[in-house]
Design a protein around this ligand. Structure first.
Ligand code: ACM
Ligand code: ZN
Length: 541
């Protein structure tokens, strides 16, 4: 068994080990020098010495260009004597290094003077071009170091899209120079309701945080070096209260509000607050924000949210109703499509495609370049229709990829065994750009908790995103995972203990109620108690 997650497309174990020690030499063709340096750094960080770089392809480890390899694919030909890595791009070489790292780390005994890599032959390439992870930093803010560590772990699992949820009702988390109040007012809330959806008590401790544009540039460049594209999400028209708190004229009725301390808002009815689709100034604001963000994020995609948009205010707003009349729109859903289309056209001129959550398909006549991200629990016929007519889609189904859910509700096998066939998407699969897991952070405030929700789900997700379907097998995955967990330990990551990652019929019914109504932290607290008991026992032994 080759111990790599995600499992490679093809792999074959050979006899013996390749040993890296202080005398090992390494070579790379010029265009892969970056990968060579990354490998040298990796070995140095574990063993404390630098490998000898030589200038001819007769080294012990050689990175060679092979134009036949797919864009993110690679070959590793490792015997007891030599390692040859073949790739056509930096990305492929980088993924070869991640595989070598996993092989070395899993074999790492307490002997930092040498690393042994089991001899193997691997031919590998991804299933989906879009292998994403979404982080919500509006509900809780984690900061540059946490984001960089997530990016490193994404690359380790061969994921390549970081979708950054930077604005919502609870806080605006990115500096926009033309609208300074977005951060001076919009990034600060007075408290947080963080017990469970159904609870009301708010902890009145001020909470804030945002990224400066300089920090964003640094993180985008950091990600690019790891073959990760960052796609920002700026929500409009709903999940927009932090912006309205800063600039009340962006709403239909110029209401003075504050960033939300709880998901329903700070006062009755506030949940309905929404950007006004009837004022030119709203569009000017959106275009200005896109202009600034386009200079920071080169990705050819831009996410505008678009989910859970209550239409109550639009129904009463004279400006919104005027647009419905003037443009002959049938209803407020079409008003949202009208808004989306204007933004999509603006983005298109900048070479970007608009992404929105799948509710954006409710209104008709949507621009064809738009990409819905399918998250809703219920089957959405609009998505199936969109695919049938050739539209692209990204899949984040709640039942498989919502990592904020307790394991009792979303067990590991439900993530691993995800297939589009289960959700009416058996046809037109060629329109699927890929898959994305989400980390919503209403109930996640620390890196420790993030890790708990994420591992070992990220491993299961990586195989959904990367490994060919006919190579996936849950029981065999669990065996590899067992061997992979010590690697997570070495990397300092907390994960859900294996006896808690599965569920049963009763737990699947009870846990969502417990999680949503009473205590969103019950499972994490139980896992931490277990870890403490285990540690005390291991010290006592
Ligand atoms: C979502 O979870 N509202 C996209
Ligand atoms: Zn309006």
């Amino acid at each position: 068994m080759v111990n790599i997650i995600p499992k490679p497309a093809k792999s074959e174990e050979r006899y013996g080990d390749f040993v890296i020690d202080i005398n090992t030499t390494i070579y790379a063709e010029d265009s892969l020098a970056f990968a060579r340096d990354k490998f040298v750094e990796t070995v140095e960080s574990v063993c404390g010495y630098r490998l000898n770089v030589i200038l001819s392809p007769t080294a012990d480890i050689n990175f060679l260009v092979d134009k036949k390899q797919p864009r993110e694919g690679y070959i590793i030909d490792c015997t007891t004597e030599k390692i040859h890595v073949y790739a056509s791009t930096k990305a492929g070489a980088l993924y070869a290094i991640q595989s070598l790292r996993q092989l070395a780390l899993s074999d790492l005994i307490d002997n930092p003077e040498s690393l042994s890599i089991h001899a193997v032959y691997i031919e590998d390439y991804p299933k989906y071009e879009w292998r994403g992870l979404m982080l919500d930093e509006s509900r809780h803010f984690f900061g540059p170091d946490a984001v960089k560590s997530i990016l490193e772990m994404m690359a380790f699992h061969k994921l390549n899209v970081f979708h950054w949820h930077l604005t919502d009702n609870t806080g605006w988390r990115i500096e926009i120079k033309k609208y300074p109040k977005l951060t001076s007012i919009g990034s600060v809330r007075k408290g947080t309701q963080w017990k469970a959806w159904g609870q009301k008590d708010i902890e009145w401790v001020p909470y804030d945080g945002f990224y400066t544009q300089e920090e964003i540039k640094d993180i985008v460049a950091y990600a690019a070096r790891l073959n990760i594209m960052i796609v920002p999400e700026i929500d409009i028209p709903a999940h927009f209260a932090a912006a309205i708190a800063a600039y009340p004229e962006l709403g239909c009725f110029n209401k003075e509000i504050e960033p939300f301390a709880s998901h329903k808002g700070n006062n009755p009815g506030e949940y309905n607050i929404i950007a006004c689709a009837g004022k030119d100034s709203t569009f000017q604001f959106v275009y200005d924000v896109i202009d600034e963000l386009s200079r920071l994020f080169p990705a050819p995609y831009f996410h505008i949210g678009g989910d859970e948009a209550p239409k109550k205010e639009w129904k009463k707003c004279p400006s919104c109703q005027q647009v419905i009349d003037d443009k002959n729109l049938t209803d407020e859903e079409e008003l949202q499509s009208y808004m989306n289309n204007k933004i999509a056209v603006y983005l298109k001129r900048k070479g970007k495609r608009l992404i929105g959550w799948n509710e954006i398909l409710k209104g008709k006549n949507l621009e064809r370049s738009v990409i819905p991200q399918y998250w809703t629990y219920k089957e959405d016929g609009n998505v199936v229709e969109w695919m049938a007519s050739g539209g692209n889609v990204i899949i984040s189904k709640h039942q498989a990829f919502y990592f904020d859910m307790p394991y009792a509700q979303l067990p590991l096998n439900d993530t691993y065994n995800f297939t589009p066939d289960k959700y009416g998407m058996a046809k037109n699969k060629h329109t699927i750009l890929g898959v994305e897991c989400t980390l919503w952070t209403e109930w996640i405030s620390t890196q420790l908790r993030l890790d708990f929700q994420m591992y070992p789900r990220l491993e299961a997700f990586a195989e959904v995103a990367w490994t060919p379907d006919n190579k996936k097998d849950y029981d065999e995955f669990l065996q590899r995972l067992e061997k992979f967990l010590p690697t997570l330990d070495k990397l300092g990551k907390i994960y859900c203990p294996m006896h808690m990652v599965h569920s049963n019929f009763i737990k699947k019914i009870i846990s969502p109620l417990k999680f949503a109504k009473r205590d969103a932290h019950f499972e994490f607290n139980r896992a931490m108690q277990y870890r403490r008991r285990k540690r005390v026992k291991s010290i006592a032994d």
